[in-house]
Design a protein around this ligand. Structure first.
Ligand code: PMP
Length: 362
């Protein structure tokens, strides 16, 4: 028995119980070193094995070959909003962005600091209730890249297709849906994800990048902010966030051992359906923020008839061991984040609670 709740936090978020238990068992003495993984040199053999295994497992899950680099960078996904234009927005080029939510907008804002930008599509006029369609995306001439946010954590929308860019490098922030379903990752020139939702603890950002993207980077970028520094040094140029990478490696291994991305996708679709069905069968008591065709399998966002009822819902849910359901302040209402590690039983417990709450309060 443990005292864990069903944790619907948006991030940092629930991690697989088996992973936490494994880390706990190894904490004082990692592989007979007499030290924890946090106390070992990042240049030692035991650490390097952890680091390289994580990279190999990520590539295997993503079905990517040697034309891609797997990098571990600090600074969160937010630092990628800066590194992307610093490295790729060279003179005369234009950074293209699809603005589909808060983080997509932040990425654009940072891009503007480094060069010319263009909004290729936006759903801001609807308060980000949907993902723009292919025919709505208009790229500029001389596009350096198209940046998209694959899952909008705050608004609860998710891309269901990979946009066609006619050769313009496609870059995706997958912070909140990385490795939650199979995607043809080879269509992307770069994918990045802050680890603290689907991959592990905060402190490490996973960057997967096509080698050809980083062959001729501008000279005048600081060492720690250029992708080739990480690529040339196997992300060991300086001391990496070793504990985060160790945990990320365990989570990735857990995904592999549980059937890989196909199985994750099936489970995640079933989990999301449990919650969206509760919304759709409520006769309008619960109102989803996202339009149906753009609904995220990772973050389900919804409102109740009044803010008072929303507060009461959160209080009573918390008492029942359903935590972290408060929506982001820019949307309000409720948000259930149901990443890979959220068991189906958690979604069922939430849906049952929703039905019961409606019965008592309508
Ligand atoms: N992008 C997305 C989609 C996110 O959900 C978040 C964090 N919630 C970020 C970027 C920012 O990530 P970080 O806090 O790691 O900088």
């Amino acid at each position: 028995m443990n005292n864990r709740i069903f944790n619907f936090n948006a991030g940092p978020a629930v991690l697989p119980l088996e992973v936490l238990q494994e880390a706990q068992a190894e904490l004082l003495n990692f592989q007979n070193t007499g030290m924890s993984i946090m106390e070992i040199s990042h240049r030692s053999k035991p650490y390097e094995a952890v680091h390289n295994q994580a990279i190999a497992d990520i590539k295997e899950l993503m079905k990517l070959g040697d034309d891609y680099e797997v990098l571990f960078i600090q600074g969160g996904a937010s630092m990628q909003f800066d590194m992307i234009p610093m490295n790729f927005l060279t003179a005369g080029k234009i950074g293209n962005y699809v603005v589909s939510g808060s983080f997509a907008k932040k990425a654009l804002k940072e891009g503007k600091l480094f060069g010319a930008t263009h909004i290729a599509a936006s759903s801001e006029e609807s308060n980000f209730t949907y993902i723009p369609k292919q025919e709505d995306i208009k790229l500029s001439d001389n596009a350096a890249y198209l940046h998209i946010c694959y899952n909008n954590t705050i608004f609860g929308t998710e891309w269901k297709y990979v946009p066609e860019t006619n050769g313009v490098p496609l870059i995706a922030d997958m912070s909140s849906d990385m490795l939650s379903r199979p995607v043809d990752f080879s269509k992307f020139s770069m994918i990045y994800a802050g680890a603290q939702k689907n991959l592990g603890p905060s402190g490490v950002c996973l960057v997967v990048i096509r080698k050809s993207m980083i062959e001729n980077l501008p000279e005048n970028i600081a060492a720690m902010l250029r992708y080739d520094t990480y690529a040339k040094n196997n992300s060991l140029y300086n001391t990496p966030p070793a504990f985060g990478i160790y945990m990320l490696g365990k989570v990735v291994r857990w995904i592999k051992n549980n059937g890989g991305l196909e199985v994750m996708a099936k489970r995640n679709a079933e989990k999301a359906a449990i919650i969206y069905d509760a919304i759709d069968n409520s006769n309008g008591f619960y109102r989803g923020h996202a339009q149906k065709e753009s609904r995220s399998f990772m973050n389900a966002t919804f409102r109740l008839p009044t803010e008072e009822l929303e507060k009461q819902f959160i209080t009573e849910a918390t008492e029942k061991g359903l935590g972290g359901l408060k929506g982001h302040r820019s949307v309000g209402g409720l948000r259930a984040s149901i990443y890979n590690a959220m068991p189906k039983a958690g979604c069922q417990a939430l849906a049952d609670f929703m039905v019961e709450f409606q019965r008592k309060n309508s």
